[in-house]
Design a protein. Structure first.
Length: 130
């Protein structure tokens, strides 16, 4: 199984990035091989629809799980439609801690996204199309 995780850096001891679409790095972890790939987020400075683009990357890379601090409405919808299950990492967790917690069944499944209003408070540079 492949797990898609938003990260502040390119290592397993980096922290989980609370932002989904505008995270600094994306980590794709393979639970079978225990290998991971870290990519700089190419969309983090985009004007709009960054959550959708990042969600599409998770789907295109064959990930069945996504872990982040928060999921915006568009990203959440795309991930749900792509049958990617979403989980919330606790603040300050490292990538490795989040993976271990997920594998032990200790991460909270995300049932609904943050609203645009909440996203505005969390991410001051958040843009959305009216």
């Amino acid at each position: 199984m492949k797990i898609f995780i938003t990260s502040t850096g390119d290592k397993l001891d980096s922290k989980v990035d609370p932002k989904f679409g505008r995270c600094d790095y994306l980590i794709i972890y393979d639970t079978e091989t225990k290998d991971f790939e870290a990519k700089e987020n190419p969309y983090k400075t985009g004007q709009s629809s960054v959550g959708i683009s990042v969600a599409q990357m998770a789907i295109n890379n064959g990930c069945s799980v996504a872990i982040s601090g928060n999921f915006g409405p568009n990203a959440f919808r795309v991930l749900s439609e792509g049958e990617v299950k979403t989980y919330k990492a606790k603040d300050g967790m490292t990538i490795k801690e989040a993976i271990d917690a997920f594998l032990k069944g200790e991460l909270e499944a995300v049932k609904s996204p943050v609203s645009h209003e909440q996203a505005e408070k969390i991410y001051p540079h958040h843009h959305h199309d009216d």
